[in-house]
Design a binder for this molecule. Structure first.
Ligand SMILES: Cc1cc2nc3c(=O)[nH]c(=O)nc-3n(C[C@H](O)[C@H](O)[C@H](O)COP(=O)(O)O)c2cc1C
Length: 161
């Protein structure tokens, strides 16, 4: 399957996960492109950010969206990217977030829920989402399990073609 991993990351956490996803999906014979978003300015504490570019998702059957949680929401860059993407119709989409506060309800689940809602409203299919708490001791296990589920999701979709 042709899969785009669109990621925004300021301190590297969300990017680190996207690289692991890229490696695992390539090892499972998918064609994967990692697409980092860039904002002007490159600073998540600024409220008025603009995207340097809105990359096109044309031709991708699968899309992974990775974002940090900022103020209980997906990063402004990710919200804007989804808003400015014309359609997710026919695409299998997997949104995930990384966050730092101790519980998922402190921003993580709301943020990934917002991304899911935005994608569904634009015709995408979302059956899997993930919240990754960066400070948790079991983070590596959570990430490894998530990667397995994600590879499975796209493998199953490839078989259905
Ligand atoms: C401006 C700002 C706002 C944040 N807001 C939240 C939040 O509401 N909830 C939370 O759990 N973490 C919050 N965080 C922590 C980040 O979500 C967390 O460190 C994330 O893993 C950073 O990802 P990155 O390294 O890919 O940029 C915030 C961080 C910044 C810089």
């Amino acid at each position: 399957m042709k899969i785009a991993i669109v990621v925004i990351s300021y301190t590297g956490n969300t990017k680190q996960v996207s690289i692991l996803l890229e490696e695992a999906l390539k090892a499972a014979s998918h064609e994967v492109t990692l697409i980092p978003l860039e904002t002007i300015p490159n600073n998540p504490n600024v409220t008025m950010l603009t995207l340097k570019e809105v990359p096109s998702l044309e031709g991708y059957e699968g899309v992974i969206l990775g974002s940090p949680v900022h103020g209980f929401m997906p990063s402004y860059a990710m919200k804007t990217f989804i808003k400015e993407t014309p359609s997710f119709s026919g695409k299998i989409v997997f949104p995930y977030v990384t966050h730092a506060f101790p519980f998922a309800w402190m921003g993580g689940s709301g943020a990934v829920g917002t991304m899911k809602k935005q994608v569904l409203a634009k015709g995408g299919q979302v059956s899997l989402t993930q919240v990754i708490n960066w400070g948790r001791k079991n983070r590596d296990v959570v990430v490894a399990t998530m990667i397995q589920s994600c590879v499975q999701l796209f493998n199953n979709s490839k078989q259905d073609e």
